[in-house]
Ligand binder design. Structure first.
Ligand SMILES: [Zn+2]
Length: 131
């Protein structure tokens, strides 16, 4: 038997000073942040389990399934140990976590890491025709 499957982490780091990227869902292609001035207004597709903003230290989005699974372990959450925490929550390799680190000179040099969780076990329920 293979070792236990765990959530998959893809970790990328942008060049210093670059704007945070516009992220699209890996499954349906939905643009998740059409408006960077209003990141809390993200219209998530059904695949997006969560978004965690390093700059704010909080979630911008949690799906109801994610909330139900993750809530019991959330108190232990540390974004540097996200895969461990997500595995404890019961996620396996159906979950892809995109970890994006970026930095700039906004208020002095600073770096932030955002996390996006995509759940590949969720079927498409709409055609996203308007995207
Ligand atoms: Zn999607």
């Amino acid at each position: 038997m293979k070792a236990a499957k765990k959530p998959q982490l893809a970790s990328v780091e942008q060049l210093f000073g670059m704007e945070p990227p516009q992220v699209h869902c890996s499954i349906c292609g939905k643009t998740l942040f059409p408006d960077m001035e209003n990141i809390e207004g993200v219209e998530a597709c059904e695949h997006l389990a969560f978004v965690f903003y390093g700059i704010a230290g909080e979630y911008g989005h949690k799906s109801s399934a994610f909330e139900a699974k993750f809530q019991p372990v959330e108190d232990d959450f540390d974004s540097s140990e996200s895969v461990t925490a997500l595995a404890q929550a019961g996620y396996k390799n159906e979950l892809l976590v995109l970890e994006i680190t970026y930095g700039g000179m906004g208020h002095g040099p600073s770096c932030y890491t955002d996390l996006y969780g995509f759940d590949f076990s969720i079927e498409r329920t709409s055609d996203q025709e308007d995207q």
